[in-house]
Design a protein around this ligand. Structure first.
Ligand code: CTP
Length: 388
């Protein structure tokens, strides 16, 4: 099976990483990484129109065009196909083979040399199963690290002892891949992970940590989260102690927020301390809404309704996990759908001048309706006339 219809007569283009791994596992890949054995900036501009060049990393993005040597993404009829990354256009990223070092551990690496051999390029990668190259022209697989054997045996293994010190986000990546594929960490890799977690250097790039948290916790798995806590991986985010919640978080999410883009934050919120992670406004609102819920005195349905109304669903789920599941479910299942039928227009028609009194009337009606959800508009207006 060809990964994509990319033709290469230079013999120097290789698929690498997830795309090769996933093809061998027989699953659909999320994106396609291509590496050029050499300096892509110098040699690859003829592949198509250069859309972007990153000289620091030796990567290029090209908009493909038919070429005598490189007829990328063409089908049998010469038709240009959409890019494999699913971006809906015909662009592809090509990286140069390179060596990297980590002068600042835990931060972005610095490129040492561009245009090295595949065998040298491989050492900057995270795990053996992510270090397989597949020649675009011949389909031959190049395995310098035992990745094929580990793939067969379902093992996640780092390439060298400094791997997690260089890039601690790989600890989260190992968790992600192990749960996604049902793999286990080899003993040495696990020991290196545990050693790092005993002695974390918090001067690291938390942007990368966040990216991995989104992908990993976003898998929405209670088992994964349990391991995230029990093996101490969470300590990458906060040194504070965290316990595994007794609630099945996945069930709550499936029931109340299956489409949420912030599933990761429901899990991450359980750590309570996300001060190191830069959050978007929406993400911050989720945490703020949760904090407001946690601190509200909720002694009757009216207070519950008022506290929960308008709060982000992720915040309510977080409340269910950390504070009171029964109460959160009571709001979501029984109260949330209750709305009074009376509007300002009805009050105006009944002779009430628009004023702050309206709010008082609406709250009065809501209070009554929470006790008797079957109330009709007529019932409500009768009450208004009786009490105001
Ligand atoms: N990589 C790495 N260390 C990281 C991130 C990435 O060594 N912290 C390397 C790995 O070789 C990886 C490749 O870069 O395979 C591409 O990274 P990415 O797209 O994040 O992962 P994939 O392996 O493609 O997996 P996914 O299916 O999640 O995209």
């Amino acid at each position: 099976m060809d990964i994509i219809s990319l033709k290469d007569t230079s013999n120097k283009l290789f698929y690498v990483g997830g795309v090769v791994r996933d093809e061998l596992l027989g699953i659909k890949s999320l994106d396609v990484d291509i590496v050029y054995e050499g300096n892509a900036i110098e040699d690859c501009s003829e592949f198509g129109e250069l859309v972007r060049v990153n000289p620091d990393f030796g990567t290029i993005r090209v908009k493909l065009n038919p070429h005598p040597n490189f007829s990328h993404f063409q089908d049998e009829n010469g038709e240009i196909l959409p890019s494999p990354g699913g971006r809906g256009d015909t662009v592809v990223d090509i990286a140069s083979t390179r060596t990297e070092t980590y002068p600042l551990k835990g931060h972005l690496p610095v490129v040492d040399k561009i245009g090295v051999s595949l065998k040298e390029d491989v050492m900057r990668r995270d795990f053996t199963v992510n270090s397989l190259y597949k020649s675009v022209s011949t389909g031959e697989i190049f395995d310098f690290t035992g990745g094929l054997e580990d793939l067969k045996n379902k093992i996640i293994r780092v390439l060298h002892d400094e791997s997690f010190v260089d890039d601690p986000t790989r600890i989260i990546r190992a968790l992600k891949f192990s749960h996604r594929f049902g793999f286990i960490l080899d003993a040495r890799t696990r020991a290196l992970r545990d050693e790092y977690l005993q002695n974390i250097n918090y001067d690291m790039c938390f942007k990368r940590v966040k990216k991995e948290l989104i992908e990993t916790l976003g898998l929405n798995s209670d088992e994964l989260f349990k391991e995230f806590i029990e093996s101490g991986i969470y300590k990458l985010v906060t040194p504070n102690r965290v316990q595994v919640p007794s609630t099945t978080i996945k069930n709550l999410i499936s029931q109340y927020a299956p489409e949420s883009e912030n599933i990761w934050l429901i899990y991450a919120g359980i750590l309570r301390d996300l001060t190191r992670i830069e959050l978007t406004r929406k993400e911050q609102k989720i945490l703020d809404d949760f904090a407001a819920l946690e601190n509200s005195g909720l002694n009757d349905d009216f207070a519950i309704y008022k506290a929960f109304d308008g709060k982000e669903i992720e915040s309510i789920i977080l409340f269910a996990v950390l504070c009171d599941e029964k109460l959160a479910r009571h709001y979501l299942d029984d109260l949330r759908g209750i709305k009074i039928a009376t509007t300002g227009k009805h009050l105006e028609e009944a002779g009430f001048e628009p004023s702050p009194k309206y709010k008082e009337i609406f709250d009065f009606l809501l209070n009554k309706k929470l006790k008797n959800p079957k109330m009709t508009l007529e019932n409500e207006m009768a009450l208004v006339k009786e009490f105001f």
